[in-house]
Design a binder for this molecule. Structure first.
Ligand SMILES: Nc1ncnc2c1ncn2[C@@H]1O[C@H](COP(=O)(O)OP(=O)(O)OP(=O)(O)O)[C@@H](O)[C@H]1O
Ligand SMILES: Nc1ncnc2c1ncn2[C@@H]1O[C@H](COP(=O)(O)OP(=O)(O)OP(=O)(O)O)[C@@H](O)[C@H]1O
Ligand SMILES: [Mg+2]
Ligand SMILES: [Mg+2]
Lengths: 165, 164, 164, 165
């Protein structure tokens, strides 16, 4: 399976629609401190179903919606879409291309879409169940995590091993 | 189950020895179950860079610890690979020779895994098949500014990237 | 005593606002006692880089947090200065423009304080009055290899220092 | 007060005597990963009286003695000397230059010296009592500490403020 495209709109520091295309191999993202690189990582975590706002540095989920800056007003909704190419036919759908979308409104309401059709979070989680796709602890490695796995507190390490087993 | 954990553990151990040797151009590394109760035991890490005495990892330097940790996380990943792997500035504590070895290992993994790598490091940028630059000309508003694809335009933008 | 803590706190707060503004070329920062009981209260940090909305520091980026933290530690240091200050790779998460601002602030402090700065960053090296290189040609055995003093020989050794 | 000279011998990765001279202003130390830079910082902490081996990454104090490498045998003693210039005359001694030395033997025995004369750790601590010289939390800033002061666990932050007051 391959990431094909990521669309971020109203999420954290991206008030307007921004589109990243992905290909096989290595995509590198660069830019100055605070410009939004880790926010892109957060948007991928989020669209894959992350339920803990703390994992995306927010106190609560509403922190993820663009809250204003420069002369831009806060947005009413955050929306992230991830389009995947099902190259090995591992997904239990007849599509070769699948788009998952997640929305969060100021009211606190959430929406999930599969190929632009409303669905439940559960449907998305079931779709990816045996594919290894998900915001697993070891698919996303951030700088602070490298120290955690070596830490004297061995339970973190233990749980990573158990997840892989 | 105990057998499955044991099998997974042994595979991770094997991977770890290999990846560590690639990162450190030698040396030895191991993971050990400290107690007999496999399902409850803690996991101890032994890392010995080439030419140095085997020591507890807490005596290792910042850069050595980072490489060891990346090596262990990759070793776990290999056992249950996901289609993608995202790395956020894990190369920050590494010196040039270690960054080079790090990128060589990533390129090897990239044959079967899609990578998204966030970095400030020029050497790491050079291994990109595809490069995105993000800026904030308007404070608080992120913008995607440059997209460079495989081998056509591989010169990094000197304004965006840190020089050292 | 309460008055002494209050006086110290206010001084740190003042320093923090100034140092933050130097690091971020503007913006605002503050420290706040969250409870009325001064001797027990937690201390909350509010940091607002220029053009951005004031937010909890956990929403800040890695580099912004590093600069904010260095700023706060320096602010505390100013209140009860020691003759020396040692910094170990605190510049690792910073991009070039931020490293430059960081070194300018350090040079300012260096008029009254002796600094020892460990770094992999070329820009940081350039602010040195005196430069020591450490290597390990024999594995496990550290050696001091080069000593460059004020302005006579300020070109960094390309083998030792990371290029980006 | 100024650091004038640091002599490190048998401490961590420095089996043979190594001497660093310091001047006013900024001294920068560079080198590859694992070459010994932070070990120099540890030696300064140690000679100033640090009693917790964990602050210098050791499980126990004996970890600080060079334990062998390449074709060098482990050392029997670690010794670090720091020479200070008492430029403002703040030290209660008649010397303008003061050298503090700390030794640790394999037996676990320690020695402290002031200007090459044996003394107690207490004498060194009393000497520097009101000078601000010591391995204070805020005189030595390591990369991991920058995250700690911002952490959600506010007690670390609190104690730094109290120390300064
Ligand atoms: N909901 C939001 N609305 C607007 N801006 C936000 C929101 N959430 C976070 N931000 C901004 O995003 C910025 C952080 O971006 P990010 O963490 O992606 O930076 P980065 O590119 O990873 O930088 P670094 O190189 O320092 O790690 C912060 O300055 C913060 O103000
Ligand atoms: N008692 C000891 N005897 C011999 N070697 C030791 C001893 N204690 C630590 N070392 C070695 O010192 C090395 C670590 O050195 P140090 O932490 O100073 O590196 P560094 O220059 O700060 O590197 P980095 O840039 O990665 O932070 C380790 O490789 C360790 O093996
Ligand atoms: Mg970041
Ligand atoms: Mg170090």
């Amino acid at each position: 399976m391959l990431f094909k495209k990521l669309e971020v709109c109203g999420f954290k520091s991206f008030p307007e629609l921004v589109e990243l295309k992905f290909d096989k191999g290595v995509t590198v993202i660069v830019g100055p401190n605070g410009c939004g690189k880790t926010n892109i990582l957060d948007s991928i975590r989020w669209v894959l179903g992350e339920q803990s706002s703390r994992m995306m540095r927010g106190k609560e989920m509403l922190d993820l919606i663009f809250n204003g800056g420069s002369n831009k007003k806060p947005k009413g909704m955050a929306e992230v879409s991830l389009t995947l190419l099902d190259t090995e036919g591992v997904l239990p759908t007849e599509y070769s291309e699948v788009t998952i979308t997640r929305r969060l409104f100021r009211s606190g309401e959430s929406e999930y879409l599969l190929n632009r059709n409303t669905c439940r979070l559960k449907d998305i989680q079931e779709l990816f169940m045996d594919t290894g796709l998900g915001a697993d602890a070891y698919s996303i490695i951030e700088q602070s995590q490298t120290d955690l796995i070596l830490s004297n507190n061995p339970s973190m390490r233990r749980s990573l091993f158990e997840e892989a087993a | 189950s105990i057998e499955r954990f044991r099998a997974t553990f042994d595979k991770i151990r094997e991977n770890f020895a290999q990846v560590f040797a690639k990162f450190f151009k030698g040396g030895r590394a191991d993971i050990v179950l400290t107690e007999n109760d496999i399902l409850e035991s803690n996991i101890e890490i032994i890392a010995q860079p080439p030419g140095k005495k085997p020591e507890s990892i807490q005596l290792l330097s910042g850069g050595e610890r980072a490489l060891t940790a990346i090596g262990l996380l990759l070793s776990i990943f290999m056992v249950k690979p996901s289609p993608f792997l995202i790395l956020d500035e894990v190369d920050a504590p590494l010196d040039d020779p270690n960054v080079r070895r790090f990128t060589e290992v990533i390129r090897e993994f990239a044959k079967n895994t899609q990578f998204i790598v966030i970095t400030h490091n020029k050497r790491t940028m050079e291994m990109a098949d595809c490069l995105y630059g993000v800026t904030m000309e308007e404070p608080g508003v992120s913008k995607l500014v440059s997209v460079n694809f495989k081998k056509e335009e591989r010169t990094p933008d000197p304004i965006i990237v840190k020089d050292g």
